[in-house]
Write a protein that binds this ligand. Structure first.
Ligand code: IPE
Ligand code: IPE
Ligand code: MG
Length: 235
């Protein structure tokens, strides 16, 4: 996972790709299966994409796994997602050496029980010296992140802040800004993801449902990204 291949032209360097992994429920429904079944296959797709991001030499990859609004779902589905998450955390710990990435969990961890939170924090601690970042957004909401950042700055006694102060107070403080945000599942919205950080991200939407999204689909999205002309407000 540490192999680096050149990704992009100089004009559009691609350092950070973020994913809104959507469509697991519909994928399962199409197969006459419960939504949880879709999440199980969603994790398989996630693993393959993480591995591919490693091969591509990205500096950061971010995955939206569970939003602050996803608690509204039926308890059965939420429990299934939490179980999948626990399995993944255990897997990460076991295979830590095979991972090129520093693990960072974006979101408010205080809602998780002590055991799960400790596991997340341990993984963050064990990988903290690695330079490339894998952000997993769990109980993440862009608005909540912004309010949390404000409160962190207030607690420090700040009365006025710069953009740099603000960036440093976000969950994503260690990552470059996302260059490309990919949403699967066909919906054309952001759903409370990286609201501040997405200011100049290129957005890519595909109808492909997340469990069907594979490394070749990511390559297609990157090809499209490479064709875009980013102006950042200039000419
Ligand atoms: C995304 O898939 C995964 C999570 C939000 C946890 P969905 O579960 O939202 O799948 P759809 O959008 O209902 O198909
Ligand atoms: C966004 O998907 C959240 C994640 C992928 C974790 P949702 O399925 O929750 O988004 P909406 O409800 O369609 O906006
Ligand atoms: Mg959805």
């Amino acid at each position: 996972m540490s192999e680096k291949t050149p990704l992009t032209s100089e004009a559009t360097p691609l350092r950070h790709v973020a994913f809104i992994m959507d469509g697991n429920g519909r994928w399962a429904k199409k197969r006459g299966m419960p939504r949880e079944y879709g999440h199980t296959f969603g994790v398989k797709a996630f693993r393959a994409i993480v591995e591919h991001c490693g091969k591509l030499g990205l500096e950061a990859a971010t995955f939206y796994a569970f939003s602050t609004e996803n608690w509204k779902r039926p308890p059965r589905e939420v429990n299934a997602i939490m179980k999948l998450m626990d399995t993944y955390l255990a897997e990460c710990e076991k295979k830590l050496d095979q991972y090129a990435f520093r693990l960072v969990f974006l979101g408010d961890k205080s809602v998780f029980d002590e055991k799960r939170r400790a596991k997340m924090e341990r993984l963050e601690e064990l990988t903290k010296d690695r330079s490339r970042i894998l952000n997993i957004a769990l109980n993440y909401g862009g608005r909540s992140e912004i309010v949390t950042a404000c409160n962190r700055l207030l607690a420090k006694g700040k009365e006025s802040v710069t953009e740099a102060d603000f960036n440093a107070a976000l969950y994503t403080a260690e990552s470059p800004e996302p260059d490309l945000i990919i949403r699967t599942g066909g919906d054309l919205r952001i759903s409370n993801f990286l609201l501040w950080q997405a200011a100049y991200a290129e957005l890519y939407f595909t109808d492909t449902l997340w469990p069907d999204f594979g490394p070749a689909d990511l390559d297609i999205a990157i090809d499209e990204f490479n064709k875009r002309k980013r102006r950042f407000g200039g000419v």
